[in-house]
Design a protein around this ligand. Structure first.
Ligand code: ATP
Length: 850
């Protein structure tokens, strides 16, 4: 309980600003960022590109200088595109880091403020609770049961007790975490001056590990490089053997290698992931680890907390059990409730700011507890004078394993112990019951009767809390929470989130099981789960007690059916995650408290609460929900699926196009035809089709039925479900059609330049048509709404304009050795570039109709 007099102990904002100016920010020195120039240079850090540059320079010296210059310009433009991609990725990763920066609760200007920890300064007073990471070095000026995990500094995993009254044991260090208790902490050392500053490298940053997909693509890329190089070598050698010009053939081979090697593949995956991450952020999901995006799309079970995630966490006490009966607070007033009120108000960790007039502004704390204060007090001064009657001398804070909280308060020299907590646990600890101000024995009969009231209240979706106390002479007895006098029960309603209903439905359609995990009573949980359609029958509920009674293998059987886990402790969560994982599920699991961290780490996707979550859970998580909202998880899963789909889309596009390019040249060599494209033209194709359209596919919107598909399996190859076949078939057809248009030109006796122009246009146009086909694996090109991806339309238009100018601008004709095409020739190009897409679309349309 932090009283007003302590609130005033903080610094003023003005003073804090002065000190920040004097002492600097509370931050550890960053690792050096890659500069823009460095990123640009790294684009040239590619062996093949160097070979191309060298070959071009040599050919420029001995042969066609204009050609050489054009090639160099194209290489530079390509590198600029690559640079823009990578720079953007770098920037969005940096922005992510800033967002994930830790915050802390500090007393400033007599009120509690949540600030970014870098603005903390010497003299600040910080409020610390279990789960908080200590943001600077300093000492506790007030402590209640504080235990700190200092293993990061000392390697010692046993928690260290801190006591504000003991000068030898009151210090705390940046980066260590509070595992129990709460207290006030005064900062005396910040930034690089702290103990942690001396070992700054240990501080964890956002992990930039490569995603499994990225790694797989890296190794696939290497295989493709080898294949491409072999084919290019064959093309070059056969060309030379047939008496073609050596430099020309060499340049052709290298250009083909540059065009065909999908060196950008892994980079585009990173761009797609990073862009996806920023889209997710707009939907309130902050991704901390890039690989999580990939896993999100495979999620088959979402284990969610109830309070605050599926519900609004806006508690109001609706019913009270007191003096042997139930009161409905909307309709009637309580009688004889003084002791009951004292218990609920004194045994309460709300913070008060009595300078504020409105109750809502004066009161801060856990909604379960603020509801209790609001039940009794409507005006701040009345609450203030009530509070001033008692002084807390000892407390055992609430924790979600015990599900209880106790305090000893001094009321005018008389000490009383008040306890509140989960009713079933409290009943066993009570020997007496207070009814109408008379203490009576709490008989077996009476306990049974009270239990029935609890069952009834919780079935009405009420979150129940029992209150009890102990007389002064008993306070000093050996066990604080025994021999209690039962007072009564409160039942608070916490309305379900409206949007959660839709989100649950969406999950089910998407083949994802929504599962509720809560510390609340099974009946309360069931009532809310039924409302949200998470489950329908009682046998889908399992309690913490039942979890303890079964073996791991039994639990694995049970989780197939169970959708609600009630009265669980954080330790049960770990077993639940493991059971789901063992049965082949990909599990997303939410958590907020310190004790949730192990389960979050164990799950495939650990999700921490942005608002109510502790630093420790956030650090263990791969994603943070900025709004603590269940529907945000579902939105994130959807984004995960979109991103994965888009990655498949551009892999399909890039590889089939590149295959088409290579095959065109390779088949021509096999059939003893002249080269259908010159080196410059090959590079031009690469520039027109590989860059912008592929990136635009990376931001393609979702297909409308994306959340009506089953989740994909985790180990599934990116090429699964027929992607390889699609790539090979389409790549071959693109190559054949290009070659056919070239041969048709020759058949009609057109000159080589015209035939090459035909081939160039057919190759580019078939790729630009194919890019639209790649937008869907299930639907034909006729069913796709063109303008839902304006980027793609724009990118394709730019490419078309580029090709048209190469054909019709005289200067460019010279540079690229093209000729303007007649109407008849344009028709040939349109036929060969459109025919396959047309046939394929008709086939898909018929298939989807019948
Ligand atoms: P969920 O997991 O859905 O978020 P929860 O975390 O709110 O649920 P707990 O906080 O573990 O669940 O609470 C479990 C039970 O403990 C409650 O049903 C209530 O009876 C009791 N309880 C909750 N808060 C307090 C408190 N501040 N003091 C005493 N008892 C409490």
């Amino acid at each position: 309980m932090i009283q007003e007099k302590e609130l005033t102990a903080g610094l003023s904002t003005k003073e804090a600003e002065k000190r920040i100016e004097k002492f600097g920010f509370n931050e550890l020195q960053h690792h050096k960022k890659a500069s823009a120039f460095k990123i640009f240079l790294s684009q040239f850090n590619n062996f093949i590109v160097w070979v191309l540059i060298a070959a071009t320079i040599i050919s420029g010296i001995i042969g066609d200088r204009a050609d050489a210059i054009t090639i160099l310009i194209i290489v530079v433009i390509n590198s600029i595109l690559g640079f823009i991609q990578e720079f953007k990725t770098e920037k969005s990763l940096e922005a992510l880091k800033d967002l994930a920066a830790p915050t802390c609760k500090v007393l400033r200007d007599s009120s509690i403020q949540i600030i970014n920890s870098i603005y903390l300064t010497i003299g600040d007073v910080v409020i610390l609770e279990a789960g908080d990471r200590i943001p600077a070095d300093g000492f506790f000026i007030e402590s209640s049961g504080i235990v700190v995990d200092e293993s990061l500094l000392t390697g010692e995993s046993v928690g260290v007790n801190k006591d504000s009254k003991n000068k030898k044991a009151n210090s705390g260090f940046m980066g260590t975490t509070v595992v129990k208790g709460k207290g006030l902490f005064k900062v005396d050392c910040i930034g690089m001056k702290t103990e942690m500053g001396k070992i700054a490298d240990l501080i964890q940053n956002i992990e930039e590990e490569k995603s499994p997909l990225n790694k797989k693509l890296d190794s696939l890329g290497k295989i493709l490089v080898v294949i491409c190089l072999v084919i290019c070598a064959i093309v070059t050698i056969m060309g030379i053997m047939r008496g073609n010009d050596i430099t020309e053939m060499f340049l052709l081979g290298v250009s083909l290698a540059v065009a065909a090697i999908p060196e950008g593949l892994a980079a585009i995956v990173t761009v797609a992931l990073a862009l996806g991450v920023s889209r997710m952020l707009k939907r309130n999901a902050l991704v901390r680890k890039l690989p999580a995006v990939e896993t999100l799309g495979c999620t088959s079970v979402i284990c969610s907390d109830k309070t605050g995630t599926l519900t609004q966490n806006k508690m109001t006490v609706k019913e009270v059990y007191l003096n042997g009966r139930i009161y409905e607070l909307d309709k009637e007033k309580l009688n004889d409730y003084t002791k009951f009120m004292k218990c609920l108000v004194y045994c309460n960790d709300c913070n008060y700011d009595f300078t504020k007039k409105k109750m809502s502004e004066a009161l801060h704390g856990d909604p379960t507890e603020t509801a209790l204060i609001n039940m009794f007090f409507k005006e701040v001064p009345v609450l203030e004078s009530f509070q001033s009657n008692a002084n807390r001398v000892f407390d055992i804070p609430f924790d979600s394993t015990r599900k209880m909280m106790s305090v000893i308060v001094n009321e005018g020299g008389k000490e009383t112990c008040y306890v509140k907590g989960a009713p079933e646990r409290m009943i066993d600890k009570c020997e007496f019951i207070l009814e109408n101000n008379k203490i009576k024995p709490f008989t077996y009969q009476k306990k049974k009767q009270v239990s029935q009231f609890i069952t009834a209240m919780s079935s009405r979706a009420l979150r129940c809390l029992a209150a009890a106390y102990k007389e002064e002479n008993l306070v000093k007895s050996e066990k604080l929470e025994n021999n209690l006098i039962f007072l009564g029960i409160t039942g608070s309603i916490d309305p379900p989130r409206k949007e959660a209903v839709d989100a649950v439905l969406k999950c089910k359609l998407a083949g994802i099981k929504p599962v509720m995990i809560t510390g609340d009573h099974q009946n309360t949980a069931l009532a809310i789960a039924k409302y949200l359609n998470i489950c329908s029958t009682e046998d889908q509920v399992m309690t913490g007690q039942q979890i303890e009674a079964v073996s791991d293998s039994e639990l694995e059987k049970r989780v197939k059916k169970v959708r609600v886990f009630a009265r669980v402790s954080p330790s049960h969560k770990l077993r639940i995650v493991r059971a789901f994982k063992k049965t082949g599920n990909i599990v997303a699991m939410t958590g907020d408290g310190v004790n949730d961290a192990p389960a979050i780490k164990e799950s495939d996707i650990g999700i921490a609460m942005g608002i109510s979550g502790t630093d420790v859970t956030k650090e263990a998580s791969s994603m943070i929900l900025m709004d603590d909202n269940f529907s945000t998880i579902v939105a994130a899963v959807e984004e995960g699926r979109i991103i994965y789909d888009n990655i498949r889309k551009f892999i399909r596009y890039l590889l089939s196009c590149n295959l088409g390019e290579v095959l065109t040249m390779f088949l021509a060599t096999l059939f003893y035809l002249p080269n259908p494209l010159s080196p410059i033209q090959i590079l031009l194709v690469n520039l027109a089709t590989d860059g912008l359209p592929a990136i635009a596919l990376g931001v393609d919107p979702a297909e409308s039925d994306i959340m009506r598909q089953q989740p994909r399996e985790k180990g599934e190859s990116i090429f699964a479900r027929g992607l390889v076949e699609k790539i090979i078939v389409r790549g071959t057809l693109i190559g054949l059609c290009t070659l056919l248009s070239f041969m048709v030109g020759r058949y009609y006796g057109m000159n080589l330049e015209t035939c090459r122009t035909l081939a160039l246009c057919t190759l580019v146009m078939s790729q630009l048509i194919h890019v639209f086909e790649c937008r869907s694996e299930r639907h034909s090109i006729f069913e796709i709404k063109l303008f839902t991806n304006p980027w793609l339309v724009g990118a394709v238009l730019i490419s078309v304009i580029l090709i048209c100018s190469v054909l019709y601008v005289p200067f460019l004709q010279q540079v690229f050795h093209t000729v303007p095409l007649s109407v008849k020739q344009v028709l040939i190009v349109m036929f060969f570039s459109g025919i396959i897409a047309f046939i394929n679309s008709v086939y898909l349309l018929i298939k989807s109709k019948y």
